[in-house]
Design a protein around this ligand. Structure first.
Ligand code: IPE
Ligand code: IPE
Ligand code: MG
Length: 246
């Protein structure tokens, strides 16, 4: 199904990236285990994917697990991996089919459990022909390691004589990042009240508009998403140039 009930409104972002933060606090505030917050957080992610598809966005990147999140207690890491496993399987698959969503994953795949890795590969190939919203999930992702890896690969090319150091510029660098197939995010949303990037898409966010919300991720809904999109629509993007006078 490719029909979209909501046409793309003027001045909507093409690519929205979200730092889905605040699951643990959401649960703690209710006297419940953090695990429940993550479970509700996964539901919120489903909701927002559906909304992004209805709104006619082209790309939605979700920060699900950072390269630093491995430092959390083993039980929490296992719970999060279990949730990702569930998210990438079963009923959710059907939803991807129904909404014509193409799903891709960025991050350090070599650190993921084998079963998760195989599941990711399967879902990426099964949805590769979909033409609707592109959903990018960042798992075990860190912006610095991504840039360092790109630099290492470039250095190898130079060492092998395939490339001259003088050729290295921003465009070439971008081709070596994991996000080479996607445009840069226009809008970054972070829920959970913190006002920081936490090593997310360091290169790609250079000129993104940022919206920080105090809403904890499990509470983030369609209305809150729309409010962030509306705020984006009121921003003026200048990219270092002067205001256009028309
Ligand atoms: C975001 O929620 C999910 C992940 C980082 C995996 P948190 O788990 O960081 O929740 P808080 O920030 O502790 O509330
Ligand atoms: C950022 O949240 C990572 C994800 C949402 C996946 P964190 O909760 O890990 O970030 P910090 O520790 O508050 O910077
Ligand atoms: Mg957090």
């Amino acid at each position: 199904m490719t029909a979209r009930p909501y046409p793309l409104h003027e001045n909507y972002p093409r690519h929205v990236a979200i730092i889905m933060d605040g699951n643990g606090r959401w649960a703690t505030q209710r006297g419940r285990p953090r695990k429940l917050g993550h479970l509700q957080g996964a539901e919120a992610a489903r909701r927002i994917v559906r909304a992004a598809s209805e709104f006619g966005l082209s790309y939605l990147t979700l920060f699900a697990f950072s390269s630093e999140n491995w430092r959390r207690p083993g039980t929490e890491v296992a719970e999060l991996m279990g949730l990702l496993h569930r998210y990438l399987s079963g009923e959710h698959r059907q939803e991807l089919e129904e909404l014509d969503i193409r799903l891709r994953v960025i991050g350090q795949r070599e650190r993921l459990p084998d079963t998760t890795l195989r599941q990711i590969e399967r879902i990426e190939s099964e949805t590769a022909h979909h033409k609707g919203l592109n959903v990018v999930i960042a798992i075990s992702y860190g912006g610095r390691v991504e840039i360092a890896t790109a630099a290492r690969r470039l250095a190898q090319k130079v060492q092998e004589g395939e490339m001259d150091p003088g050729e290295i510029n921003e465009t070439l660098m971008e081709r070596f990042l994991e996000t080479s197939a996607f445009p840069d995010p226009d809008l970054l949303i972070r829920t959970g009240g913190e006002k920081r990037i936490s090593n997310f898409l360091l290169w790609q966010l250079a000129y993104a508009e940022m919206v920080f919300s105090d809403c904890l991720w499990p509470d983030f809904d369609r209305e809150a998403f729309l409010a962030a999109l509306n705020e984006y629509q009121m921003r003026e993007r200048r990219y270092g140039a002067l205001v256009s006078t028309g």
